[in-house]
Design a protein around this ligand. Structure first.
Ligand SMILES: Nc1nc2c(ncn2[C@@H]2O[C@H](COP(=O)(O)OP(=O)(O)OP(=O)(O)O)[C@@H](O)[C@H]2O)c(=O)[nH]1
Ligand SMILES: [Mg+2]
Length: 494
């Protein structure tokens, strides 16, 4: 690592955070090592377990300065089990570098990470083909073409830069740096600060004689001496010290990696994903909610009604039950047994409104306007686990007993097609006289009229027959009965 460059005044710099993602061992940390001038929290695999296992365990933060840009590299782990860190990193980055091992090509977690970026609308992306020292020119060329083809079907588009490097041999690093700077300039133009301050905590620790230190990335700005709140603890804290890149500062602008010393809270109260904010009321406690959602086009499997899924809100990934429905013509929520990408595309095409209830295992605080990411982390990581994104539409009280309707179809048979000029007899829709009585006035299909009366004592009913309808003994008659169902947190639906 080179000598630490001196930053005189951070207000002279614009901050740009770029995340490195990609399959385990593709060389993300090796690339970061080549680019980095300043090492901060857990950078360059400083974690003892990282050294032992030879993989990145936790998000690492390091930086370099170019012109008036303070560029922070957010190094995420590639290992499938550590995917939650990738989603957490995607919350704070402005752009991403997808690293691909030239020997292996696109691997499962490469695709999975690309899907997470797409779901969170992070489309400022550049691709790095690493380890070009161990493959032939031809192989790189073929691979490049494959990648461009693949990009056609993504939100990233085919114009993304693709840089070839060898982190080991230090080849291509300067042009990578150049592209990162270009990406920063283009991306930062579009960046807007929120109208209040919030700061998802990614690391927290105690320094003897100093106090409780939290690090994170600012959304909005804060100043020394500010009185802030920590969610979910609802505790008021005071900023005793603020630092950016080891320098004390009176104020931290939007979008910077920063550390702050807080008074008013104990370190053991904190966990990753807790939020320091100026406006605690912007975060709402949610356990049961209605969501609007979308599926990734790359996810080909189905998700069943009532199944347990994973939901990432902010930096936290948690569990919830998923209850999908669509609205029928009368705005009644109708149960959907299973959802996949095609089904959603069909609803959209026909302008059918759809949604779902989510019931979290535990309550969480959420910023309502922030996208959530949906996944199924209990399936093997050799298949794609991420499938959608969602927004909370409304939060419901736990005792609201949300209702979804399903249709049960009963099939009866024509017993006599000419009971009278205008009616037929139908059997099997009911088993008894009393059962048959409850069906009076209900409509049956194909287009017969309504059930007029019962006939005899064995559940046979008399049904209106429209003019000129021809039908025969044994023809089926369908009765659709809507059934209300209250969703529940704990019942098994599978
Ligand atoms: N030959 C060659 N080996 C490389 C290159 N870059 C990285 N490696 C090796 O690949 C292995 C993995 O590198 P890392 O940088 O730890 O990979 P990573 O993507 O950060 O891995 P995780 O963080 O665990 O997902 C190490 O043994 C590196 O020495 C390269 O350009 N050429
Ligand atoms: Mg690594």
């Amino acid at each position: 690592v080179k000598a630490k460059p001196h930053i005189k005044d951070i207000t002279n710099y614009r901050s740009f955070l770029v995340g490195l993602v990609g399959h385990v061992d593709s060389g993300k940390t090796a690339i970061v090592r080549q680019l980095t001038d300043i090492v901060s929290t857990a950078g360059l695999d400083a974690h003892p377990q990282s050294k032992e296992r030879g993989i990145t365990i936790d998000l690492g933060f390091t930086s370099f300065i170019e012109e008036h840009l303070l560029i922070t590299l957010v190094d995420a782990p590639g290992h499938a089990d550590l995917i939650r860190s990738v989603v957490a990193s995607a919350r704070i980055i402005d752009a991403a570098i997808v690293v691909i091992d030239a020997k292996e090509g696109i691997q499962v977690q490469t695709a999975e990470h690309m899907i997470i970026l797409e779901l969170l609308n992070i489309t400022s992306v550049l691709f790095v083909i690493n380890k070009i020292d161990v493959v032939s020119r031809e192989r790189i060329q073929v691979f490049r073409e494959q990648l461009v083809k693949l990009l056609q079907n993504t939100k990233f588009g085919t114009k993304c830069p693709i840089i070839e490097v060898s982190a080991k041999e230090s080849i291509g690093i300067e042009s990578l740096k150049h592209e990162i700077v270009k990406l920063a300039k283009n991306t930062l133009q579009l960046k807007i600060a929120p109208d209040f301050f919030w700061f998802p905590i990614d690391h927290h620790f105690q320094i003897k004689g100093v106090g409780v230190v939290v690090t994170g990335t600012t959304q909005g700005s804060f100043s020394l001496g500010d009185k802030l709140f920590v969610i979910p603890h609802q505790v008021e804290v005071k900023v005793k010290n603020a630092q950016v890149y080891h320098q004390n500062v009176p104020r931290v602008p939007h979008g910077f990696r920063a550390g702050m010393v807080l008074s008013g809270i104990e370190v053991n109260q904190l966990t990753r994903g807790d939020i320091v904010t100026s406006q605690p009321t912007r975060f709402e406690k949610v356990e049961l909610c209605e969501i609007k959602y979308d599926f990734s086009q790359h996810f080909q499997k189905i998700v069943r009604f009532g199944s347990q899924i994973n939901v990432s809100l902010g930096m936290v990934t948690t569990s919830a039950r998923f209850f999908p429905f669509f609205y029928d013509n009368h705005h009644v929520r109708m149960l959907v047994e299973e959802v996949n990408f095609q089904k959603i595309a069909g609803w959209k095409k026909e302008n059918i409104r759809y949604g779902a209830f989510l019931w979290f295992q535990e309550s969480h605080y959420a910023l309502l306007e922030e996208l959530m990411v949906l996944s199924q982390l209990d399936v093997p990581p050799s298949t794609l686990r991420f499938f959608g994104s969602a927004l909370i539409q409304s939060i419901l009280p736990l005792d609201s007993n949300p209702e979804i309707f399903s249709i049960k179809t009963k099939t009866g048979f024509i017993k006599n097609p000419n009971y009278s000029e205008t009616s037929i007899l139908v059997s099997d829709l009911a088993q008894s006289k009393d059962g048959a009585k409850t069906l009076i006035n209900k409509h049956v299909e194909p287009p017969f009229g309504k059930i007029i009366n019962i006939f005899g004592g064995k559940g046979v009913v008399i049904v209106e027959k429209p003019d000129k309808l021809s039908c025969e003994v044994g023809d089926p008659v369908l009765l659709r009965i809507p059934r209300s169902m209250k969703i529940r947190k704990t019942t098994s639906y599978n």
